[in-house]
Design a protein around this ligand. Structure first.
Ligand code: NAP
Ligand code: MG
Length: 502
């Protein structure tokens, strides 16, 4: 493993006057710039059922932890089967008596209101998201919260134009849908799930992930303020059996799940033989493919964004870099230089590039897979950055000399860890990229348009980005091939998964 020379780090103030030794690519210290907006957290959050916050039947609560410093953020209600029953009863009532009866143009007004109210409280939500999940404030502020609002705006626009979702056919809502979301984009995944379902006229029971329930429950306040008919959206929190109760409930005519392939398979097995509609947004192991004619500096930025964005807690993360042999050494060298400048630390600091790993369990999972990479003989590079003494952190990590049989090339790590492989021909790149159980996304970096078009058809991935990475838009459908799942979220296609054709 290469080591870095320890150099004296100049402070911003001293930098101009004295001339401390500075190696190219070393990190300049910035003064701390913490975001100070009040996240307006309650000490305890109840379940949101029938338009009200209600205590869980069990009387039990669990702690939500700030992974940046391991302190308790809030207590969250633990829902059991009786609470899930109550949530479904409220959703059924709203479907048959209020929300399900509203014309699209009336539903649109409510959905616009959700978007506007979220925009009004954007800064507060960004801080809460960062504190609960560990992601850098610049991401929750500039990506998660604005994208969540954009999803509501976009789908509000659809609600009175549903005749164009399936031209020549009429569409109707399905009824009550059950939804489960993961911890990597808690508010954004909530928006991806709620907005199309609401636009179509369905009512909802949704469960956020155990470690990141706070912004969903803050969003319940927005649902109240927007005046949605009680029971239109119900939020049940918990872990363990709670998720299974939401997925298996007889009232749910459709279930939508985003999470790991492992849990997705458990759900599919338990629902086999029922007539529930299903969509599954599962794991990924994306290839980011760089050809020798690519603008390399731009590609390096895309690679860094592809895998280190949100600590690599991204289903579509570009976790495998496939680089054309003629430029492999140059790309690796540029990548290492760039990674030395990434700031790892306090997620609330506006300068932070890589925040906290979401939970201790996830940190342990990343450490284990990284240890397997070292053991299997890949060469590991990590910058010598200092990590905070409290909280869950992991240095950005690049493995070179990786072969397709290594676990780090096959398994989803879901952390800031990049595996670098090389290729000589386009066919070899396609074969390696597709040689995975997953098929969620891929990236291509090349100057040649014809190559982009060819690869976008040959790569078995739901999204292929060309000369960019991790770009999202509510108008664009997102979803997987193979073990990355089925169904689409976003765009007209996403709406089709929440309706029946009549
Ligand atoms: P996870 O462990 O599968 O959990 C996802 C959700 O499922 C959580 O809310 C979890 O609740 C719940 N759950 C766990 N066991 C369940 C069961 N037996 N029945 C029903 N629900 C159950 O995934 P994660 O670790 O939170 O998220 C990371 C995974 O999500 C990665 O694999 C990532 O690729 C995938 N992901 C995919 C997409 C996509 O669009 N394709 C987007 C984001 C993330 P508790 O943990 O609270 O019990
Ligand atoms: Mg938390």
């Amino acid at each position: 493993m290469p080591t870095l020379t320890a150099t004296k780090r100049p402070t911003k103030r001293s930098a101009g006057r004295s001339a401390p030794e500075l190696i190219f690519g070393d990190l300049w210290e910035y003064d701390p710039a913490p975001e100070t907006a009040d996240p307006k957290l309650k000490p305890r959050y109840d379940l949101f059922i029938g338009g009200k916050f209600v205590a869980p039947a069990s009387g039990k609560y669990f702690d939500s932890i700030n992974p940046a410093n391991e302190t308790k953020l809030a207590e969250i209600a633990l829902a059991n089967a009786a609470d899930v029953d109550a949530a479904y009863a409220a959703a059924q009532k709203a479907f048959t008596t209020t929300w399900g009866k509203l014309p699209g143009k009336e539903r649109a007004k409510y959905i616009y209101r959700l978007a506007r109210l979220l925009q009004d409280r954007a800064r507060e939500f960004a801080v809460a998201e960062t504190m609960d999940g560990g992601k850098p404030i610049k991401e929750s502020r500039d990506f998660d919260v604005p994208m969540a609002a954009a999803h509501f705006f976009y789908h509000a626009g659809w609600a009175d134009k549903l005749d164009y979702v399936a031209p020549g056919r009429k569409v109707a809502p399905l009824g009550v849908v059950g939804q489960i979301i993961p911890w990597n984009f808690p508010l954004l995944m909530l928006a991806w799930k709620l907005a199309p379902a609401l636009a179509m006229g369905n009512t909802i029971v949704i469960k956020p992930a155990e470690t990141t329930s706070v912004t969903a429950l803050k969003f319940a306040e927005i649902i109240q303020d927007a005046g949605l008919p009680p029971g239109t959206v119900n939020i049940v929190t918990g872990f363990g059996d709670t998720g299974a109760a939401v997925m298996n409930h007889p009232t749910a005519v459709k279930v939508a799940f985003t999470g790991s392939t492992e849990v997705g398979k458990i759900i599919m097995r338990s629902l086999a033989g029922t007539d529930k509609n299903m969509t599954m947004e599962l794991g990924g192991k994306a290839a980011n493919i760089v050809f020798d004619d690519a603008p390399l500096d731009q590609a390096v930025e895309g690679i860094v964004n592809g895998i280190f964005f949100n600590q690599g807690h991204v289903c579509c993360a570009g976790s495998r870099l496939l680089v054309h042999e003629p430029v492999a050494a140059a790309v690796l060298a540029k990548l290492k230089t760039r990674i030395r400048t990434l700031r790892v630390g306090d997620p609330l600091d506006k300068n932070t590039d890589i925040g906290a790993i979401n939970s201790k369990e996830q940190l342990t999972r990343i450490e284990k897979l990284v240890a397997s990479g070292v053991k299997e003989g890949a060469e590991m590079f990590q910058p010598a950055c200092k990590l905070p003494s409290k909280g869950y952190y992991f240095r950005p990590t690049v493995f070179s000399g990786v072969s397709m049989s290594h676990r780090i090339a096959r398994e989803e790590i879901f952390g800031p860890v990049l595996s670098v492989l090389t290729f000589r021909t386009l066919d070899e790149a396609v074969e390696k990229a597709n040689n995975t159980a997953y098929g969620l996304s891929a990236g291509v970096w090349t100057d040649k348009g014809s190559r982009i078009l060819k690869l976008s058809t040959e790569l078995k991935a739901g999204v292929v980005w060309a000369n960019t990475y991790n770009k999202f838009d509510p108008t664009s459908p997102f979803g997987g091939y193979k073990e990355s799942g089925f169904g689409r979220e976003g765009g007209r296609q996403g709406l089709l998964d929440y309706c029946k054709l009549v």
